[in-house]
Design a protein around this ligand. Structure first.
Ligand code: NAD
Length: 290
């Protein structure tokens, strides 16, 4: 396929490289980052998008996506697929998709989970929103860049799935960390805590697969001095998107709101920026109730 790829940062560059390795013809554009080997560099977003069967975007946020979409939609050929893999707010995803469809294009939002490691290994999970036709056209590319793709419904539903998942993840990580800190003060060894919880009703992905306590459970960023992994500021971004979405549909999300507020404090007022989101554990360790 002839593919345009816009946004070649930490995630976009390895995703584009995997498409090239699978034999696709990829033309790329980024305002800062260089094109990875094998990706033909274009000198604008519109130039990268013109004449392609699929244009993939992997951008930082909804405002930038809207800006790039306004530039590339008029340049894209009729019937081509606009495939946005960024994590953005649901409203931006839906507005961009409806503009693309009004211009005679196919559109899908398909945010990912799996991080830079998953992007490099081609093992991302895609959660997609859009028509059946758009999903079918994207499916072979999902297979190259990822290991699983779930069609979640119409436009915006991929972003909805992503932020609901990450709201659970953020809140669960916090309570896992506070439980370890409480167990410490109660004199319960961390390994014993893991042995019990990981096989009891408190088990979770954050405990069993990404344990925030160093030396306990499988290897995780805790064993690498809390280097990300999944950075606390990216967790804050996704939690904020969850609260923006909750506000827009009048959903009551008290734990999501509390998790957002705590990661905001951690990232903006404490030393959380640049650490893995599991570094909440050393934060709680040092604290008392007051
Ligand atoms: P990044 O900042 O490394 O990459 C974004 C790229 O977009 C940058 O290279 C930037 O120069 C480029 N860009 C900005 N404005 C542009 C424009 N107008 N035209 C062309 N290029 C432009 O971010 P990332 O880590 O690659 O993340 C990309 C998206 O994936 C984000 O929405 C993020 O939330 C999501 N995501 C990231 C991870 C992760 O672990 N990094 C995991 C899942 C999802």
């Amino acid at each position: 396929m002839k593919i345009g790829f816009i946004g070649l940062g930490n995630m976009g560059a390895p995703m584009a490289a995997n498409l090239v390795a699978a034999g696709h013809e990829v033309t790329g554009f980024d305002v800062v980052a260089p094109c990875p080997n094998g990706v033909v560099a274009a000198d604008s977003g519109a130039a990268a998008a013109a004449g392609q069967e699929v244009v993939i975007t992997m951008l930082p946020n909804g405002d930038i996506l809207r800006h790039v979409a306004a530039e590339i939609i008029p340049a894209m050929q009729a019937g081509a697929l606009f495939l946005d893999c960024s994590t953005v707010d649901v409203d931006s995803a839906r507005d961009v998709a409806s503009d693309a469809i009004a211009a005679g294009l196919l559109a899908a939002d398909a945010p990912v989970s799996g991080g830079i490691g998953g992007a490099t290994a081609g093992t991302l999970t895609f959660m997609a929103g859009g028509s059946d036709e758009a999903f079918a056209k994207a499916a072979p590319l999902f297979e190259i860049m990822g290991q699983k793709a779930v069609h979640c419904g119409p436009s915006g539903n991929g972003q909805a799935a992503k932020i609901c998942n990450n709201m659970i993840l953020g809140a669960t990580m916090i309570v896992t960390c506070e439980a370890f800190a409480l167990a410490d003060k109660l004199g319960l060894e961390r390994q014993k805590m893991f042995d019990v919880v990981s096989t009891s009703s408190g088990y979770s992905w954050t405990m069993n697969a990404y344990c925030p306590a160093p030396g306990v459970g499988p290897q995780s960023p805790a064993d690498n001095d809390y280097k990300p992994g999944f950075a606390s500021e990216l967790m804050l971004k996704d939690l904020r998107l969850s609260q923006q979405a909750a506000l827009s549909v009048d959903a009551d999300t008290p734990l999501g709101a509390a998790a957002t507020s705590l990661y905001k404090t951690f990232v903006e007022d404490e030393d959380g920026k640049g650490t893995d989101f599991s570094a909440m554990l050393p934060r709680f360790e040092k604290r008392s109730r007051s």
